[in-house]
Design a protein around this ligand. Structure first.
Ligand SMILES: Nc1ncnc2c1ncn2[C@@H]1O[C@H](COP(=O)(O)OP(=O)(O)OP(=O)(O)O)[C@@H](O)[C@H]1O
Ligand SMILES: [Zn+2]
Length: 455
């Protein structure tokens, strides 16, 4: 006999509660583990030099200042020709600031911590989300909802408890960047937005810090080291003017293959290690381009420092941090990115759409076909935005458009593209009722049905 629907609902709720309690337990246990490990390290440090019952003349002195644990832990790195104790010790005396604990920050911090870096700062304002887990490999099912910096710190200390890890759960901006950056030797840009790229670049130039910069989108990645050495350009030398906001795509909109961020993030760690130890040739003055779809690495030579660069030239115009959101006409965080193209009366919200669903209407989903395939509202038809803008709807929906009373509703993922489509269609058919749904499928998930998937 099958369970009654209301029992299933109760059972589901109980299971969810139990999972939540277990998750919270795991987080608490992880914290306890970290505290115990810290106490253990403190005791070991206090006992350092004590002979633990072994006669004094039998205790072995540390070789070249590396402890027994360090020699064992880094043995495969220590025996590398050209690396050795000197580089290992330099690494231990170095500090790295990783800005962004997402797709790039996770692998780069993982390798820097595992390799024996002395001190690592982690900066991120965001919380772990389930959609992060396919690429942000330090975060897990158990740390969903926790600050990314805390989730990462706990995972990193499991790898190497000897590394000092400092967390900053904050948006790095003009107000706090210089103060934080000055405490570290090498800075890694693992963020995903143009505003932070310019801000970090200028802050690193002002503080004379090398900047290891990575980016990953879809199947592609890029990597270089800015402002390192005499002639190496800064980000502004290459891009004096920010791109127009509509030309910028992030992972949330364009998608990204997790392994691409793994490749670029690991290489950022490698570049940072080379900068800190002086071993090997860094990518300063060169840009590494990774075409993951075709398995091709390219290395292109970059121009030298720009003599009229606003920040790194001998007579810079920028001598302190500016308002980068204003400079780029964009936001640094994912918040408040909603486009305001149409007035409220030209739009409907999800509840209004629910009310009109029983009446005849045409619901057009303007997302790309691969996203439409992931999930869709019942009875919606797909016409991607670019086809709407090419007027393909004129032919495709000729009958519906002939019926002037039939409302046409446009929907997309978050309610931005649907506004562009609605505005375009309204210009062509001004007497027709054409509306878009505020907040799109996200609003549907949050306000109507949280079983409806979001991505
Ligand atoms: N100025 C900043 N200060 C602190 N953290 C930042 C800043 N700008 C971006 N970040 C962080 O950088 C990380 C970039 O990660 P990633 O590119 O993998 O994207 P995401 O924001 O986690 O995910 P998605 O774009 O899929 O929603 C994010 O965790 C974001 O919070
Ligand atoms: Zn410059």
């Amino acid at each position: 006999m099958s369970t009654a629907p209301e029992n299933q609902v109760d059972e589901l709720a109980t299971l969810r509660e139990e999972i939540e309690t277990l998750r919270q337990n795991l987080v608490d246990k992880n914290r306890q583990l970290q505290d115990l490990q810290a106490a253990q390290r403190a005791t070991a440090a206090a006992n350092n030099g004590a002979n633990n019952g072994v006669p004094a003349n039998f205790s072995t002195p540390h070789v070249n200042d590396l402890t027994k644990d360090e020699i064992e832990r880094y043995s495969r790195q220590l025996i590398l020709p050209g690396f050795g104790v000197t580089a290992q010790t330099k690494l231990r005396n170095s500090s790295f600031l990783i800005v962004g604990m997402g797709g790039l920050g996770c692998p780069s911090s993982q390798y820097l911590v595992a390799a024996g870096s002395g001190r690592i700062g982690l900066v991120d304002y965001d919380l772990v989300d389930r959609s992060n887990l396919h690429r942000q490999t330090l975060h897990t099912e158990c740390t969903i909802g926790l600050p990314k910096v805390e989730s990462a710190k706990s995972a990193l200390l499991q790898i190497n408890p000897n590394c000092e890890i400092i967390t900053y759960k904050t948006l790095l901006n003009s107000g706090n960047a210089l103060e934080i950056i000055k405490q570290y030797d090498v800075i890694l840009d693992c963020t995903d937005n143009v505003v932070t790229r310019y801000m970090l670049n200028d802050a690193c130039v002002l503080q004379h810090k090398p900047l290891v910069s990575g980016s990953a989108l879809q199947f592609d990645g890029q990597l270089t080291v800015y402002h390192y050495g005499e002639i190496c350009p800064c980000y502004r030398c290459l891009f004096p003017v920010p791109p127009p906001p509509q030309a910028v795509t992030n992972c949330g909109d364009g998608g990204v293959m997790g392994a691409i961020t793994g490749v670029i993030g690991s290489m950022q760690a490698l570049e940072a290690i080379k900068v800190a130890t002086g071993v090997g040739e860094t990518l300063a003055g060169r840009l590494l381009i990774f075409d993951g779809a075709n398995g091709i690495f390219r290395n292109i030579k970059l121009r030298g420092r720009r003599s009229d660069c606003k920040v790194c030239s001998t007579n810079p115009m920028i001598t302190q941090l500016i308002d980068y959101e204003f400079f780029c006409s964009m936001h640094a965080s994912d918040d408040n990115q909603a486009l305001q193209l149409l007035s409220p009366e030209e739009r409907i919200d999800v509840r209004q759409y629910i009310d009109m669903r029983s009446e005849p209407h045409l619901l057009i989903d303007v997302r790309p076909p691969n996203e439409f395939e992931i999930c869709r509202l019942p009875s919606s038809v797909n016409m991607p935005l670019k086809d709407v803008l090419d007027n393909k709807f004129v032919e495709e929906f000729q009958n519906e458009l002939d019926d002037k009373k039939l409302p046409i509703i446009l929907v997309c993922r978050r309610g931005n593209d649907s506004q562009i489509a609605a505005q375009h269609m309204c210009n062509k058919y001004p007497s027709h009722t054409i509306r878009d749904i505020v907040g799109g499928l996200y609003a549907w998930h949050y306000q109507i049905d949280n079983e409806f998937p979001i991505y």
